[in-house]
Write a protein that binds this ligand. Structure first.
Ligand code: GDP
Ligand code: K
Ligand code: MG
Length: 293
């Protein structure tokens, strides 16, 4: 029996719905989702296995102009996604006009591999607007096949997946056929906690935060987790903890609920806040947190 496998890498502007799509395709909540830009900081693999195929989806950070070293590393993940893709998914949302980075845009329109342009969030548009948008993108990216979708409502996502299977090259599997992702369990703990911080704290706070899971001990019917919330300054530490610890407690409760669903086990979670000065511009710290490739 012949077998197909390959990388299908999802790129686009911040907040267009890349992570929502990847989770819909994989059927698991691998990527965190919030309405804030830069929710996704890493390249995250989501694997869909079938008897005769293995699709390796990559979710990536939204394309931005880097302002500090962490963001440069994030854009390196995007670059790497261009390099190994067998199929490129370029996601745009209804009403969007252009990609913020011209060099990346040129790579898309001159791509030698198939490009699927997904026009997302069509649940927010009407027929007239949709037709106008399809015409606009056909002109801008003539080499792409266009799929209007709603990642949130899982509308037309199956059609995209079916087309991917047609386009996928013949190849043996890259990962074991029961693999779901390339990331370790601790990564999903870090991300779940960071999602709660993105949701509950304002302004610069979520961008100054990194999570490190120091302990992940799986026992028969419970997982014991010890995680450190890293911030850049003392004042941020106080904000994270909140009055009488109420703010951090809320993060812990919500993260635990999500992680119990994700791992299908009871979770015990302990969190600490530490100041790690200027980690976003520190090459050693960035490497430690898995950013420099
Ligand atoms: P990313 O930054 O490109 O990964 O985007 P996310 O997946 O994090 O989504 C950004 C925001 O758009 C979130 O609030 C999502 O719920 C929302 N979103 C994603 N897909 C859709 C969609 O198809 N329709 C609507 N209305 N909202 C969506
Ligand atoms: K987002
Ligand atoms: Mg994302």
């Amino acid at each position: 029996m012949s077998h197909k496998a390959g990388y299908v890498n999802i790129i686009g502007n911040p907040n267009v719905g890349k992570s929502t799509l990847m989770n819909a395709l994989v059927g698991e909540r691998l990527s965190i989702i919030t309405s804030k830009a830069q929710t996704t900081r890493h390249r995250i693999l989501g694997i869909v296995n079938g008897d005769d195929f293995q699709v390796l989806f990559s979710d990536t950070p939204g394309i931005i102009k880097p302002a500090y070293d962490l963001q440069s590393s994030m854009m390196d993940f995007v670059k790497s996604a261009f390099e190994d893709a067998d199929i490129l998914i370029y996601m745009v949302e209804i009403g969007e006009k252009e990609l913020k980075d011209e060099a990346f845009f040129n790579k898309i329109i001159h791509s030698k591999i198939p490009v699927l342009l997904l026009l997302n969030k069509i649940d927010k548009s009407n027929q007239e607007q949709l037709e106008e948008q399809v015409a606009l993108w056909k002109e801008k990216v003539p080499n792409a096949e266009i799929f209007p979708i709603s990642a949130l409502e899982n509308f037309n996502v199956q059609a995209v997946f079916d087309r991917i299977l047609e386009l996928l090259p013949e190849s043996p599997a890259f990962y074991p056929k029961d693999a779901l992702t390339d990331k370790p369990e601790r990564f999903f703990v870090n991300e779940t906690i960071r999602e709660k911080i993105l949701l509950h704290y304002e302004k610069e706070i979520p961008y100054a935060v990194e999570i490190e899971t120091e302990e992940f001990i799986e026992e028969e019917d419970i997982i014991r987790i010890r995680a450190v919330i890293m911030v850049e300054r003392d004042t941020q530490k106080g904000i994270i903890i909140g009055h009488k610890g109420a703010a951090i407690k809320r993060v812990g409760v919500e993260a635990r609920q999500d992680l119990e669903k994700f791992f299908g086990k009871q979770i015990h979670i302990e969190m600490f806040v530490k100041v790690n000065k200027d980690w976003r511009n520190n090459a050693y710290q960035l490497r430690r947190f898995g950013y420099n490739q």
